[in-house]
Design a binder for this molecule. Structure first.
Ligand SMILES: [Zn+2]
Length: 72
């Protein structure tokens, strides 16, 4: 493989260019990025579930308030 920045010839498993230090963006780094994306997606799902539960609780409180208000 060759450096995208300076065109220096590099071994295929190189993570950085030995000449200019530019990142090669090899498969190993891509895998790590995908893992980070999956962790973020899981985190995002938890936030969405938390938001849905929160909205449901607020709706229940509003519903209880409306029922108790209409009883009067
Ligand atoms: Zn380079």
């Amino acid at each position: 493989m060759f450096c995208k920045k300076c065109g220096n010839e590099l071994p295929d498993n190189a993570m950085f260019c030995s000449k200019c230090g530019n990142k090669t963006g090899n498969e190993r780094q891509a895998e790590i990025t995908n893992e980070n994306n999956n962790i973020w997606k899981d985190h995002k799902n938890k936030i969405i579930i938390g938001a849905v539960v929160g909205v449901a609780v607020i709706l229940c409180i509003i519903l209880i308030f409306i029922i108790s208000w209409s009883d009067r």
